[in-house]
Design a protein. Structure first.
Length: 371
């Protein structure tokens, strides 16, 4: 086994969802500029006498029970954790997307998220090395959930047993010791070249937080006895070059993102400056900039630029898989138009106006061989 210590440092807001959408008054309440995640069981147990329907037949929500008395905010048993910031929505049941956490409510980075990003990088850099070609529409297949699987098989292997990344094991990464940790409420929006729209509220981690874990490469799968069946040997160097390959993929994406933001609305220039900083970063051979989690976008999770080399064929894929989502007032797509046409960004409020502040999910990954 070859084992590497992995260190991840967040560089911009990071959201990795657990699939849950929290609702105000049921899962959280806001008070004095903070969002308080409710411990519903304790609240209901302490207020059992008040659990009676009103004239409309509605029972009080956990949040309504807490908000009856400001002194309840001094009772730590009523709350799982609190975090700075509040949702912008004034609706009674405003929503907040939840960050993934362990059983003690501590945020962490799943190994599957990092492995998925590394897989995308290896696929992108390996495309030309194994001579993958997108010659026709049929090369992608018809399943939206498994699009381009035929192409991926050419790179990694024809089935799970023969998949190269069987040899790559990525642990979950931890670094926060208290419930809720450094989480904060982040206001996000979808950015098109001209405007910001579709506000979304998220639990997210800010920049400058460190997580640690490990990566293990199963050397036995490259041994002579396994080679006759698996045929991994000619790609062993891919796993030795994980950081270099991830950085090569990210450099391509960062250059495209700099161009997109510099051409877009002038209010996006702070994000363009962020990407220029990433483009200028001097990294060692065991480091890589990688985008994880929510906001990575289509180009961060697919073959990206390789699929777009044939503009007409790519436009057919966009139509077939209904990937172009736009309002009824948006102009129709033409061959060669940019895709995707929108990005996601964290917002900050300045003089009452929401302004794009940073992209989501960028981290610095460092791999160190374990003695």
């Amino acid at each position: 086994m070859s084992v590497y210590n992995v260190t991840i440092q967040t560089l911009s807001p990071l959201h990795i969802g657990d699939g849950n959408t929290l609702r105000q008054n049921f899962d959280f309440v806001t008070n004095e500029g903070k969002t308080w995640r409710l411990n519903e069981d304790e609240i209901l147990r302490a207020n059992e006498a008040l659990l009676r329907p009103n004239r409309e037949g509605h029972y009080p929500t956990p949040g309504e029970l807490v908000l009856r008395d400001v002194a309840n905010f001094q009772n730590a048993a009523f709350f799982r954790y609190s975090l700075p910031g509040v949702a912008r929505s004034g609706r009674t049941y405003a929503e907040l997307r939840s960050f993934i956490k362990d059983v003690y409510d501590r945020p962490y980075i799943p190994g599957s998220s990092l492995k998925g990003a590394l897989r995308t990088s290896l696929a992108w850099t390996g495309w030309n090395e194994v001579n993958v070609r997108l010659n026709s529409r049929s090369d992608v297949g018809n399943s939206k959930s498994r699009a381009a699987r035929p192409l991926e098989k050419k790179i990694f292997g024809g089935d799970p047993k023969h998949d190269l990344l069987r040899a790559l094991q990525v642990s979950d990464l931890f670094g926060i010791q208290k419930p809720g940790g450094r989480l904060m409420v982040v206001n996000a929006q979808v950015l098109t070249p001209k405007k910001a729209q579709s506000p979304i509220e998220l639990e997210a981690l800010p920049g400058d937080i460190t997580f640690t874990g490990s990566i293990t490469i199963d050397d036995a799968l490259f041994a002579p006895f396994a080679e006759t069946e698996l045929h991994f040997g000619n790609r062993r160097h891919w796993l030795n070059e994980l950081a270099l390959r991830a950085q090569k993929h990210s450099q391509m994406r960062i250059a495209q993102l700099v161009e997109w933001y510099e051409r877009a609305d002038e209010g996006y220039h702070s994000i363009a400056a962020f990407y220029r900083q990433l483009a200028a970063a001097k990294l060692s051979t065991n480091q890589a900039l990688i985008q994880l989690g929510w906001g990575s976008g289509w180009d961060g999770k697919t073959f990206g630029s390789h699929l777009q080399k044939d503009a007409a064929l790519f436009e057919q894929l966009v139509r077939d898989f209904k990937m172009h989502k736009a309002s009824k007032d948006s102009p129709p797509r033409k061959i060669g138009d940019a895709f995707p046409r929108s990005k996601r960004a964290a917002m900050r409020v300045k003089q009452g106006i929401a302004i794009p502040a940073a992209p989501f999910g960028w981290v610095l990954v460092e791999l160190t061989a374990k003695d």
